[in-house]
Design a protein around this ligand. Structure first.
Ligand code: NAG
Ligand code: NAG
Length: 397
């Protein structure tokens, strides 16, 4: 797993520029290893004979390219667009009023290459992923906890309403742990409606604040706490607040899901309280939520009327959320992004997560350039892409 991501990073770094510069090329090796569209290495003979007949054929007939159109109305089964055949375009689902993304595969690739569904779906997913489980309304699914261990989940399990009511009545149930460069390891506890807990802490309202929310079955001891925290603190002088909502998170998936609004609203109220006490602006707050935590930060953002500058959903939980209007959505913050690593992170390694988060932090500057936006980032062993602004989404179907 770890190796896979590093491989991904390395290949991307090498091939993003218009032409790769690699040592093979420089010394004119005749035989090189080169990856195909799926990232499998092949032996390449750089002096192999050219099939000039094939090249000529393609030159004579530009119609050799196959153009497959996908839209939200046909996200799976493409319509074929044909050069110089107007009807193939006018009678298709092609909508000239929304942006068009053209994806071209690489060597040994074709329409069945991973890059097609991966990049395509990254464009079609909104802040919440659409997964097949939800579509077919399966009752029993496997779903990963905060550490990536798969659990059997019964999507019709009874909801523990008593627990949810308790959390609703008492927003103080969330535990807020503050880490700064002065206390990177031992947190200080911030308490809602206790101003002293904030004014007496190391909280510095003049630097940005990153809020991290764990997912289902997680708590402050989950991997994401030290991993993401260190990634943030190593990079910038920031306040890191880790939200421990274990009380609900440790219940069954359905109960945890049903409790998300209460936990999220409480987080929103807490951030409003902090803002009131020390003046830390919402424009300097970045909320990061994993799995169910992604929807929690969505609710927190909504509680603050979308004034938070940035929300990042990492693998926003899909089951019971895809059709749920309360899911993380583009209006929850000034900039909302969803990062999907569907399937890859079933065994969420520290290194993988750290690398992923580092990519995110690196995208910071770019992100702040979006005044209002939404991004989606799909990571699948060999492919990644960073996509669109909200303006595009609004024009979409
Ligand atoms: C508020 O927080 C301070 C500092 O953490 C603590 O000493 C105090 O006991 C708290 N007050 C209440 C009423 O909990
Ligand atoms: C990568 O993408 C392919 C094509 O969409 C998909 O079949 C595969 O399951 C994905 N792999 C992972 C690990 O998500």
């Amino acid at each position: 797993m770890k190796t896979a991501l590093i491989y991904f990073l390395v290949t991307t770094a090498h091939f993003v520029s218009a032409g790769p510069v690699n040592s093979e090329d420089r010394v004119y090796h005749r035989f090189v290893k080169f990856p195909d569209s799926e990232g499998n290495l092949h032996n390449v003979d750089l002096q192999a004979p050219v099939d000039q007949k094939l090249v000529d054929e393609v030159n004579r007939n530009p119609a050799n390219n196959l153009y497959l159109l996908y839209t939200r109305r046909n996200p799976i089964n493409p319509q074929t667009l044909v050069l110089y055949n107007a009807a193939s375009i006018t009678t298709s689902n092609f909508n000239p009023r929304v942006p068009t993304v053209v994806i071209v595969h690489g060597w040994l690739g074709n329409q069945n290459s991973d890059i097609n569904p991966v990049v395509r779906d990254a464009h079609f997913v909104s802040a919440g992923p659409v997964d097949t489980e939800d579509r077919v309304k399966q009752r029993f699914i496997k779903f990963p906890d905060s550490e990536g261990n798969l659990h059997d989940v019964d999507l019709q399990a009874p909801v523990d309403q008593k627990l949810i009511d308790k959390v609703n009545r008492n927003p103080v149930n969330n535990l807020y742990l503050l880490y700064t460069r002065r206390n990177p390891v031992n947190p200080q506890i911030l308490v809602l409606y206790n101003a002293t807990s904030i004014t007496n802490s190391n909280f510095n309202p003049r630097v940005p604040t990153v809020v991290i929310v764990h997912g289902w079955l997680g708590n402050q001891n989950s991997d994401i706490n030290p991993v993401v925290r260190h990634a943030c603190l190593n990079r910038d002088d920031v306040n890191v607040i880790f939200v421990d909502w274990r009380r609900l998170a440790s219940s069954n998936y359905i109960t945890a899901t049903n409790g998300v609004p209460a936990v999220g609203r409480a987080l929103g109220q807490f951030l409003a309280f902090v803002n009131l006490i020390n003046g830390v602006p919402f424009s300097q707050m970045h909320l990061v939520g994993f799995c169910l935590g992604a929807h929690i930060v969505g609710y927190a953002g909504r509680e603050l009327e979308g004034r938070i500058v940035r929300i990042t959903g990492l693998n926003p939980a899909g089951p019971l959320w895809n059709q749920n209007s309360g899911r993380l959505n583009p209006n929850d913050a000034i900039y909302v992004e969803a990062i999907h690593t569907n399937g890859v992170m079933t065994n969420l390694g520290d290194t993988l997560l750290l690398q992923l988060f580092a990519i995110l932090l690196d995208m910071n500057a770019q992100t702040l350039a979006f005044t209002h936006g939404i991004g989606a980032f799909a990571l699948n062993l060999t492919w990644a892409t960073m996509i669109w602004e909200k303006g595009d989404l609004e024009g979409s179907v």
